[in-house]
Write a protein that binds this ligand. Structure first.
Ligand SMILES: [Zn+2]
Length: 358
């Protein structure tokens, strides 16, 4: 496996890093949209974060990498394995031999990061009839697609704004439901497809429809660093990594371990983090002041603030947590105001200052 550039060695891009951490911790948020210049380490950040997550227990041979610890979420393939084992057990039992408890074979798998290339067909994404099997064996079998591989990991789409709207719609639906349903060519298949969707794009090359924008949980903007010092640091680190990845990784080991530990603690803490009514009210006031449509913005703001609190090792969400994630949670949900050409992030900063004066 190719060595992965460390997450902690990425220079700047704090908003992006924070958003990806939050989405990894709380997949219900609905993924991250990263808009901005090319070459700003978007793909590196996703891969680097996945590499920080502990390897997962998965059912061996399952094309969806099912989690053996949640039997209710097993796919049809694993269910089939379970049934085969049951039958085997039953037949062994009838001939009176000792039986062992049924166990699916479990392996460790790294958290997957799947790239969705621009030209990918729907078949390749959702899966399709396995033509070879159909033609040679006359069997109707399912050939899993990229969504199967992305289960329990990340699905990364570069230039999501250039992808067919219909496909983006489909991806967001699957990401939200955690299940891929394929009903065609005489197939009727559903399989688990829980993944964190990370879309990136350059707004100069085309915009996402507002209906799609709003369905991403968080949105961040990235820019090529303008400070000379940052640019020099980026080049120096890249060069050092490429010349001697082992030494570079050793140098960053402690920082990587710290983030790994932070994520581990946050995972444990998240279910217990409390949100009091006052904070809910503050979120509602902010959203209504900004005129964001619907409840999605408020819900995302709340979930993201809770994840931030967990990442900061806190038991309760404070206004500071909410402020820290307000821009990524809301900036893609503002309607254009013809009388105000300030950027969305500026409008949110202004609203925060007005609604919550220090
Ligand atoms: Zn499975």
């Amino acid at each position: 496996m190719a060595r992965q550039y460390p997450f902690s060695a990425i220079v700047g891009q704090e908003d992006m890093k924070r958003a990806i951490l939050v989405a990894a911790l709380e997949p219900a948020i609905g993924g991250v949209l990263v808009m901005g210049d090319r070459g700003t380490g978007k793909s590196t950040a996703v891969r680097a974060l996945a590499a920080l997550l502990p390897a997962m227990d998965a059912v061996a041979d399952c094309p969806y990498g099912c989690d053996p610890l949640t039997p209710s979420g097993l796919c049809f393939f694993c269910d089939g394995l379970g049934k085969d084992l049951q039958t085997l057990k039953a037949s062994v039992a009838t001939i009176g031999k000792k039986t062992k408890p049924i166990k699916l074979k479990i392996i460790k798998r790294p958290v997957p990061v799947v790239d969705l290339p621009l030209g990918a067909t729907e078949d390749r994404v959702v899966g399709a009839l396995d033509l070879e099997k159909a033609l040679t064996l006359g069997e109707k079998a399912f050939d899993p697609g990229l969504l199967a591989r992305a289960n329990r990991g990340f699905l990364y789409i570069d230039e999501v704004n250039l992808l067919d709207d219909h496909l983006v719609d489909l991806l967001i639906d699957v990401a939200a439901s955690g299940e891929n349903v394929v009903e065609r060519e005489g197939l009727s298949i559903r399989h688990p497809a829980k993944f964190v969707l990370v879309g990136s794009g350059n707004p100069e090359e085309g915009e996402l429809r507002p209906q799609l924008l709003d369905r991403f949980g968080l949105a961040v903007e990235v820019k090529t660093p303008s400070k000379m010092q940052d640019r020099v640091t980026i080049i120096k680190r890249r060069d050092a990594f490429e010349r001697d990845p082992i030494a570079f990784l050793a140098e960053w080991q402690a920082q990587e371990d710290a983030i790994r530990q932070q994520l581990k603690v946050a995972r444990k803490k998240l279910p217990q983090v409390k949100v009091d009514d006052k904070l809910l009210e503050q979120a509602a006031i902010l959203c209504s002041h900004l005129g964001t449509d619907g409840l999605r913005g408020e819900l995302t703001l709340l979930r993201a603030a809770r994840a931030i609190a967990a990442l900061n090792g806190k038991n309760k969400v404070t206004l500071e947590d909410l402020k820290a994630i307000a821009i990524p949670a809301l900036q893609h949900r503002l309607r254009r105001n013809p009388l105000d050409d300030a950027s969305s992030s500026t409008r949110i900063e202004r609203a925060l200052a007005e609604v919550f004066p220090v």
